[in-house]
Write a protein that binds this ligand. Structure first.
Ligand code: FAD
Length: 366
């Protein structure tokens, strides 16, 4: 379950090397060490990439962001990450992932990367925190995607106390309870259909008269006995009960302006995600919503030596374990790239082993 970010753990965990970037002001290129791999982001994808690259002796430098630990820092119970039979609290799990990566020598900077200059030809990429510059042979992008919020009263306060942004994660906590899903697209219909297996009933609330979900998803929701579609309504506010948890939602009918109050225990916000891809915009290929595009099942972006993992590339699964899995894949892709590097830029894209080997030989003899 999600919880208010004011409860986040200390911003600067033990072991954070916050002074790393201060040593390298922009413009002093000659003095800069060229890192083998820089990882940007510190959710399950970033920390798993750090674990694998540090165990491969690549001495990763992780820019973990000011809000280190990613989305699971906003969560209480995580019951679906393998290996935790009795579940685990989100922040505890992220501290464990971080500690495990640190054990093998990962270095951390607990700050946000403000800008990158990704090279096109295999020369070092540049990563900036403010004015301080870092050079690196490879980059793993793992900045995640933020769920969009409604921005209504009660939403933040009741996050993790009934308001959720992840039906796959939290639906099972609402067995036989009245719930709503907010949204009108495929994700909202999918969330509602999944939630309906557990909840007493699910009202899908949408602000426009027409749902924009695909016909098949809409039909599936309509055919489910305990799902009701409510439109056009906006969410005015969420209200808590005596126990401090979500108890009611107040809706406004956008037709006649009348308010309608519904008793609920759970509200699932399904109005989309915003990938944190601003810093690479215009440099790596993204889709129309800003998700970073990778080649096939690999984590390779269109820039040589630049890899992407986790929710930043994933509009479908968005789970901690899938993010961790792709963080592992990015680390292995980066390792393979560095092993064959320096090679010509085309070799990055070249699945042909012979050509790869030839490129590596060329590089070794140059
Ligand atoms: C409320 C909630 C509850 C959830 N519960 C579960 C659950 O129970 N089980 C489950 O499997 N999944 C759950 N999820 C989904 C899960 O949290 C995500 O799928 C997962 O965290 C994605 O991992 P990630 O590494 O891709 O990105 P994130 O976890 O989003 O991490 C990205 C990190 O990158 C950092 N970052 C962003 N930009 C920069 C920058 N410029 N410089 C440096 N750092 C940057 C951010 O600060 C953040 O720390 C939940 C999600 C939410 C919102």
């Amino acid at each position: 379950m999600s919880e208010n970010r004011s409860d986040l753990p200390a911003k600067h965990p033990a072991g954070a090397h916050e002074d790393l970037h201060a040593k390298h002001p922009a413009g002093a290129h000659e003095d800069l060490t060229v890192e083998k791999v820089i990882i940007i982001g510190s959710g399950p994808a970033g920390y798993t990439a750090a674990l694998y690259t540090s165990r491969a002796d690549l001495e990763p430098l992780v820019f973990e962001g000011f809000q280190w630990g990613g989305l699971l820092q906003q969560t209480t119970d995580v019951e679906n990450y393998p290996g935790y039979r009795d579940g685990v609290m989100g922040p505890e799990m992220m501290q464990e992932l971080r500690d495990q990566a640190e054990r093998f020598g990962t270095r951390f900077v607990t700050d946000d990367v403000t800008r990158v200059e990704l090279s096109q030809d295999g020369s070092p990429h540049k990563v900036y925190v403010g004015d301080s510059e870092h050079l690196t042979r490879s980059v793993i992008l793992a900045m995640g995607a933020e769920p969009k919020k409604l921005g209504v009263p009660g939403e933040d306060e009741l996050a993790a106390r009934g308001v959720s942004y992840c039906a796959t994660c939290d639906a099972a906590f609402f067995r036989d309870k009245p719930t709503i899903v907010v949204g009108g697209g495929d994700t909202a219909m999918e969330d509602a259909t999944f939630l309906a297996k557990f909840a007493k009933d699910v009202k899908v609330v949408h602000r426009r008269p027409e749902f924009r979900a695909s016909a098949i998803m809409l039909e599936r929701a309509r055919a489910t006995e305990n799902i009701e579609l409510l439109a056009p309504f906006t969410i005015d506010r969420f209200e808590k009960g005596d126990n401090g948890a979500l108890a009611r939602v107040v809706l406004t009918d956008t037709g006649d302006g009348e308010d309608r109050t519904i008793d609920i225990d759970g509200a699932f916000i399904a109005i989309g995600h915003r990938p944190n891809s601003e810093i690479v915009e215009g440099q790596v290929d993204t889709d129309e919503d800003g998700y970073v595009l990778v080649e096939g099942r690999s984590t390779r972006t269109n820039r040589v030596g630049v890899f992407a993992a986790g929710d930043l590339v994933d509009r479908t699964y968005r789970q901690a374990v899938t993010a961790a899995g792709s963080g592992c894949a990015a680390a292995l892709d980066a390792e393979a790239y560095l092993r064959d590097k320096p090679v010509d830029a085309e070799a990055h894209w070249e699945p042909d082993l012979e050509k790869l080997e030839a490129a590596a030989e060329r590089a070794a003899s140059s």
